[in-house]
Design a binder for this molecule. Sequence first.
Ligand SMILES: [Zn+2]
Length: 462
Amino acid sequence: MGLFGMWKRERSAEYSADDKTNPAEMSPAQLQQKAEELLGRANASATTANHTTSPGLFFNAYEDTLQAMRQLVALEAYVPFSGRRPSEILAELEGTSKRDAAATSMVNRCLEQHRWSNRKQAETELAPYWAKLPKSARDRIAGLPDACADGTDPADFSPTAYDAANTRQIEAFRSAFDLTSVEGIRAITVDAVTPWVKSAPGVPSHPVEILSKQASAYAQDHIDLAVECLRKANELRPHSGMLYSEESYLRLVRYLYKAERFAEGDQEYQRIHAMFHGPHSQLPSPHALGVAALNRGLDSAKADGVDLVEVTWSSTCCEICGKYRGRIFSISGQDARFPKFPSDFCVDCGLNVFPFREGVSVPLYSNPQHWIEENARPLVDTRTPSEKDAYLQWQQRRRMEHEHQLNQLRRERQDHMDYAWIRSNLPDLLPNTFSGYRRMKTRNTANFQKLRAAALALGYRL
Ligand SMILES: [Zn+2]
């Protein structure tokens, strides 16, 4: 979607300038530029059509490819095209066999990624395009299971009904489990919650979310219950089928500090830190997710009997990605025209691969006329000096973000300790609320300076 959106923006900027120009009146340089723009458009929309799992986007992108190719055909008499002529490619794209193959691939991708859970859902979404779908694709849709008995049909999605379903589920959850006592919350087990995870109609009624929200409600007056809710939420997170950031786990640490249970908070912090950064980390790190995405890309190519893959592009990437971005590889290494897919492919800078069907896919990062020669070039880092710079800055920013998060947590802990100390040692000077104390400290008000002096007199540094 990102690619398509980006390209749409680019295109509208490009086309305001010289849309009305007649090829006969254009200079050779203008013609060349126009042809390159159109090729870029055709490539971008063809890539979208070849990769998308949105039927609407697929048919739009395919139509856009045709339009760009038609305009290229209009330039054919004026621009020297090497390789296959635009009119030839257009005829092929307009022919039913190319179109049907592309539509069938799109439907297959949708099925692989479980876009539709039942036949009715698929038919509803595909209804506007039904006539354009080849029989093989329709047959695959017919093979989907019938709508489930409860009749939930995403086509009838209504926000009111969604909210109501979530509210019902939350109420049912709260009567099934006791969230009003520490023992009650502790007694909730992963097994007991599993059916609730499966039947949640939306994120708000997910057990983890119910517990997190309950923690907020308890934060003011029942901090120990709030802590228990978050501890249980953290226990359930890995079984929730959703991904949670370190930040969401660390909320428990914050609440423990708030509850002035400092040692416990520190312990919990160590556990969470090890979970995310430790050598035995069980959580899917961004790296693990990258590996999984890469394997999905390679597997889907293999499953379709496609040996070639095209690597996507990133302008903020490391030196390894700089060598591989935008290139076409042979997975097996048997196709001598292309390098074998590298074993040191990097998944940390956001690059991925897509199956490349020779004769169907249009290469996005190689000249479609010379893509085979271009991909025989040696693999060298193609990053520009400013791209290298951007990468270094990005890395630095990432490192600093983590440190910043850590510092904030440390400060929060210290402030809670100080607030507790004031309560015990200078109760008359205690600000009404913790947040009031933090505000006066940040602003370094006259009252805070008074408080600090009084603490110092007792040998404590605020
Ligand atoms: Zn990289």
